[in-house]
Design a binder for this molecule. Structure first.
Ligand code: NAD
Length: 421
């Protein structure tokens, strides 16, 4: 059984929430209890001590994790998060979600996730380089182009992946396909950096089409202005959506006429935050989720929409850019309030989809151009969104339940075909 290490005040831990959703889905699908037992825990979990010499000469010990949840459908795949609150149970939950996300997107991968408990915003480039190498040296025996392929997530980026590729290459020989989300110069794919935001916006556009509303009539609030949040804002604004509120860890801005995203980009460059931008009025950071808007896109941390604040959400739809941003208790409250949640498993799958394209390009030693990457991504996102909505309508379930049903069904088929149960 999973140790409930991250449980606070009697609430389920992140991994317990995912296990609960999976178990409910297994009951709907009538799966054998042995399959539930296999998926309740991880295949393999690594917790590593990472000693790093800091620039001031002191030695700091960081803690790092890599969790491989299930590999029935292919090599493990999942990002690496650098965050002060990174925790083994959260990493475990995110690895589980990757298993179902890859299955829903029909990618030939299993689910994994990594994390290091650190504050990358308070570390120098040289310290981050040393920490990334220490982490890679600890987990390298779990990795492999046909075993486990990491990617960026919160607090990590293409540079982090370049260091990981280099550290792995020193031990195993040059292996570009060992990580995805690399710089293009080192074998990264065109379009990977913007891929998650592009997928979020594809889902937002399809959802608006289903509602029969024009993008210019949709007011969007976005929490987080990092990779996912900023690209969501840029690409959504380019389609005509009105981005009326944006917030990050340091500040939030609101403008009901729509924020000028190009000007916001110019402001955040070098500052790293939207705080202080004069193209709107300042908003308290914790008021962003309750901003007056039509669609809310959480694109920062997990578990931000909770039982405590679900009543204050003004949006009629939540498009989940972040991983696991809504707790199960909040899901119930939102459903009672008829707030539609378009789930993370599909919405933010653009990143892993283009990671899959990058991996295949590395294996073939061949590069696709940007138009091909974007066109293939678009096709897969629309297919996944339509499959999801059709399944929910057919079964009379919510979208999140339909996403779990689709993903779990495919994972279960792979487990059975391999002869595990
Ligand atoms: P990032 O590090 O680039 O950006 C994170 C953003 O969140 C920053 O703007 C930060 O200021 C903000 N933030 C952090 N704590 C906050 C808080 N307490 N309140 C408000 N804002 C806060 O990270 P990212 O890569 O954009 O990832 C964001 C989310 O999307 C994560 O949940 C991640 O797991 C998920 N995701 C990312 C990718 C990807 O390709 N990068 C793919 C799938 C899912």
């Amino acid at each position: 059984m999973v140790e409930p290490e991250h449980t606070a005040g009697g609430k389920p831990s992140p991994s317990e929430s995912v296990v609960r959703a999976m178990s409910e889905s297994a009951a709907r699908l009538g799966l054998k209890s042995e399959i539930v037992d296999l998926l309740r825990t991880s295949w393999r979990e690594m917790r590593a001590q990472l000693p790093v010499r800091m620039d001031d000469g002191s030695l700091r010990i960081f803690e790092g994790y890599r969790v491989q949840h299930n590999g029935a459908r292919g090599p493990y795949k999942g990002g690496v998060r650098f965050h002060p609150q990174a925790h083994i149970d959260e990493v475990r939950a995110l690895a589980m979600l990757m298993t179902y996300k890859c299955a829903v997107m029909d990618l030939p991968f299993g689910g994994a996730k990594g994390g290091v408990m650190c504050d990358p915003t308070a570390m120098s480039v040289t310290e981050l380089n040393r920490l990334t190498r220490a982490y890679t040296q600890h987990i390298h025996m779990m990795l492999g182009i046909n075993r486990d392929i990491p990617a960026p997530d919160m607090g990590t980026n293409a540079q982090t992946m370049a260091w990981m590729m280099d550290a792995y290459g020193q031990l195993h020989g040059h292996t570009p396909g060992i990580v995805t989300g690399k710089p293009v110069e080192l074998g990264g794919s065109f379009g990977r950096e913007q891929a998650t935001g592009r997928g979020v916006v594809a889902c937002m556009r399809e959802y608006a089409m289903r509602e029969g509303v024009a993008p210019s009539d949709v007011r969007v609030a976005v929490q987080g202005y990092g990779n996912v949040g900023a690209w969501t804002c840029r690409l959504a604004a380019a389609l005509g959506f009105r981005i009326v509120a944006v917030g990050d860890v340091k500040g939030a801005i609101v403008n009901d006429q729509g924020l000028d995203i190009a000007a916001l980009d110019a402001w955040t460059k070098g500052r790293g935050s939207v705080a202080g931008f004069d193209g709107g009025q300042p908003l308290p950071v914790d008021a962003l989720l309750g901003a007056d808007c039509d669609y809310l896109v959480p694109a920062a941390l997990g578990e931000v929409v909770t039982a405590e604040n679900a009543h204050t959400i003004n949006a009629r739809a939540i498009i989940e850019g972040a991983n696991h941003p809504t707790t199960p208790e909040a899901d119930e409250i939102l459903a009672r309030r008829a707030v539609i949640v378009v789930p993370d498993i599909v919405v933010n799958a653009g990143g892993v989809t283009v990671s899959y394209f990058e991996w295949t390009q590395n294996i073939q030693q061949f590069r696709w151009d940007l138009d091909q990457v974007n066109a293939e991504l678009e096709e897969r996102m629309v297919l996944a969104f339509n499959t999801l909505t059709a399944r929910a309508a057919h079964d009379g379930t919510r979208l999140r339940q339909a996403a779990f049903d689709l993903g779990l069904e495919r994972v279960a088929q792979a487990i059975i075909l391999r002869g595990f149960v």
